[in-house]
Design a binder for this molecule. Structure first.
Ligand SMILES: Nc1nc2c(ncn2[C@@H]2O[C@H](COP(=O)(O)OP(=O)(O)OP(=O)(O)O)[C@@H](O)[C@H]2O)c(=O)[nH]1
Ligand SMILES: [Mg+2]
Length: 301
């Protein structure tokens, strides 16, 4: 290791659905965080680690900042805000809209108290023309003294090298916090539970997927065969939701299961036998006890 090895923590914050998780996965080159077109997909802080010859960056993907309507929402927002005071760089992601929404104004207000350098990352530039982009840059640069303004497309992997170069400029000298081959702090079971939740988010409508929690109750590789038996439980908030998640003759649950199995097999690089059960836990999103039980523990933020 050379003397001037650099390392640090970089938080990705922004409104829901702006592409924070997509960007983190893109920078790491692996799918660590789940993604969906529905807002409020990410519920926890998720760390991933990029190690190069001369730098180690720990990216922290966070839940989208919004006005919470449940205790789960409170937990999500708190865990995102908490990163603001503990990182070396804050990357504030927006979509390329010139008009600054109230919810973005609220984030800009919070940024005023941040000591770390703040980058404005304008994501989804594949959806706009250059003149529009310039207007976005102009509107936002009036609002805050951003250290860098970097337009990117996380989906198309555009300009992300420029972003990494900028990170390198601002990150301090420091030690290697994690081993070279470690890419995330997420336990395997957590990632598998999240894959199942991602498929449910994709296939289910309205409020139902937002009221889902997934728990892996058992995971056992078979002794005689190259196959892993995984048992999972999907928790939902109402009896009526349970019916919808199971679907006609079990068709919805089957779809969620087979979509998830495909991704889990890729993730663990082996065959999987996946069994999913559905249970109702009424209003779990507002129960301190159940939130903690599902890993949304605000004492651990
Ligand atoms: N066109 C386009 N779409 C993108 C880009 N980056 C992300 N998306 C899409 O935006 C949607 C939201 O992406 P996520 O990465 O889940 O967004 P997020 O900010 O993590 O959302 P939350 O976890 O809900 O806060 C998905 O449908 C992505 O495919 C981009 O560069 N271009
Ligand atoms: Mg996300």
């Amino acid at each position: 290791m050379s003397n001037n090895f650099k390392s640090g923590f970089v938080s990705l914050i922004g409104r829901p659905n702006v592409g924070k998780s997509t960007l983190m996965n893109c920078l790491i080159g692996e799918k660590i965080a789940i993604i969906s077109s529905k807002p409020q997909t990410t519920r926890n802080k998720i760390q991933s680690i990029l190690t190069t010859d001369d730098m180690q960056v720990i990216f922290i993907d966070t839940p989208g900042l919004h006005t919470p309507k449940s205790k789960l929402g409170d937990y999500m927002v708190k865990s995102a805000e908490n990163t603001l005071s503990n990182v070396d760089i804050v990357m504030y992601l927006i979509e390329p809209f010139e008009k600054i929404k109230d919810s973005d104004r609220a984030i800009l207000d919070r940024l005023a108290r941040v000591k770390a350098p703040v980058f404005l990352i304008i994501n989804k530039i594949d959806t706009v023309e250059k003149p529009e982009l310039l207007k976005v840059i102009e509107a936002y640069s009036k609002e805050y003294p951003f250290k860098e303004i970097i337009p990117i497309s996380a989906l198309k992997n555009k300009n992300t090298q420029d972003l990494l170069n900028a990170i390198k400029k601002y990150i301090p000298e420091g030690p290697k916090y994690f081993p070279d081959d470690m890419i995330t702090d997420q336990p395997e079971r957590q990632i598998i539970a999240e894959i199942i939740r991602e498929k449910a988010l994709y296939l289910l409508q309205d409020e139902i997927p937002h009221g889902i929690a997934v728990e892996i109750t058992s995971m056992k590789p078979r002794k005689d065969k190259d196959i892993t038996d995984i048992e999972a439980t999907i928790y939902c908030e109402r009896e009526s939701h349970k019916g919808i998640i199971i679907g006609k003759q079990g068709s919805m649950l089957k779809k969620i299961g087979s979509n998830a199995r495909r991704d889990i097999e890729r993730f663990i690089a082996g065959s999987v036998n996946l069994q999913i059960w559905i249970k109702v836990k009424k209003d779990w999103r507002d129960s301190d006890f159940l939130l903690r039980n599902f890993g949304y523990d605000d004492k651990k933020i």
